[in-house]
Design a protein around this ligand. Structure first.
Ligand code: PSU
Ligand code: MN
Length: 307
């Protein structure tokens, strides 16, 4: 199979210890160099500090790597957007051509599941784009959440998307959308969106019990755990929405479409806010890494059900 597990990751899976998958599109397409590499390495450290084993996922020479080395992470960051962003439909080509590929939420889920990893921490997921009723631009991340058995911990989805339609699609596809200690769907840079999640989680044990229930019943598909950005790093909703509108207008004017939309919008928002949004982005990923590892630890507790 076109998959390679880092020995440390393989051993942790075998021993039933918490492994946390991390994506590579956020490194090569979601943030500028060198902050992307610094963030990716720091996230791995946070996972370790909380007692988990990090597995950053990407495709190297046509092999799906579950658990990249520091040098490999550095190279993903340095090469940036010259590494193609790979979604489910691109996988066969990348494998056959033996190319490098940055994995999105969708492809990271695919490789995590193949490798036996249940939990995956990231910043934000893709969703239904604004104007999707005309463009049909709905992220493959939603389709993957519908079919692949991985729990994704994120800070919701950016308001560059139509969040209401995103929730509708997730409902249709049967994906539980859970809020970590919140009743509201967080909107990435902000803690609120005005939209409700399906269920507010009390704590990590509550989250782990729901993941376990879904797996024990054999109900296929992902679970989305949304964790709001810490208050001190959250942005002013009016300001960020104004910036997003500006970025969307420029995207339309430039005629940017398809898979280029998300990277363009992420970069434009960072450019307009002069790095403030990048700092928020980094902080929320750190927070997700801490919470995600705590949930995974509860899930893999050896004494579960015996208390
Ligand atoms: N949203 C973010 N940061 C990101 C992405 C989304 O806030 O880095 C990346 C993820 O890899 C996600 C992908 O899976 O963009 C979605 O792209 P698209 O909208 O083209 O499906
Ligand atoms: Mn798209």
């Amino acid at each position: 199979m076109n998959i390679r597990l880092k020995p440390e990751v393989e051993q942790a899976i075998r021993e039933g210890r918490p492994v946390i998958a991390l994506e590579s599109t956020i490194i090569s397409h979601g943030m500028p160099y060198p902050q992307n590499v610094e963030t990716a390495l720091q996230v791995e450290k946070i996972v370790r500090d909380h007692g988990g084993v990090p597995a950053t996922i990407g495709i190297i020479d046509g092999v799906g790597v579950v658990g990249m080395s520091e040098e490999e992470i550095e190279e993903f960051g340095r090469r940036g957007q010259s590494i193609p962003k790979v979604s489910r439909r691109d996988l066969p080509v990348i494998f056959a051509e033996k190319s490098w590929g940055a994995t999105t939420v969708a492809t990271t889920m695919i490789l995590a599941a193949k490798g036996g990893v249940e939990f995956f921490v990231t910043g934000g997921i893709g969703g239904v784009h604004r104007g999707a009723e005309l463009t049909f631009d709905v992220s493959a991340d939603l389709e993957e959440l519908a079919r692949t058995n991985v729990t994704v911990i994120c800070a919701g989805a950016k308001a560059i998307l139509d969040l209401e339609k995103t929730l509708e699609v997730l409902e249709t596809k049967g994906v539980p959308v859970l809020g970590y200690q919140t009743e509201e769907l967080p909107a990435f840079y902000t803690r609120t969106s005005g939209l409700k999640v399906d269920y507010a989680l009390k704590d990590a044990a509550d989250a782990a019990a729901i993941v376990r229930a879904k797996r024990e019943f054999g109900l296929d598909g992902g679970i989305l755990i949304t964790n709001p950005i810490p208050e001190e790093y959250s942005m002013d909703p009016e300001e960020i929405n104004r910036v997003i509108e500006e970025a969307l207008e420029e995207m339309d004017k430039k005629g940017i479409k398809g898979k280029e939309c998300t990277p363009f919008l992420l970069a434009k928002v960072a450019e307009i806010t002069g790095g403030e949004s990048l700092n928020s982005n980094i902080r929320l990923v750190f927070n997700n890494a801490a919470v995600g590892t705590e949930i995974a630890k509860e899930y893999f507790r050896k004494d579960y059900g015996r208390e």
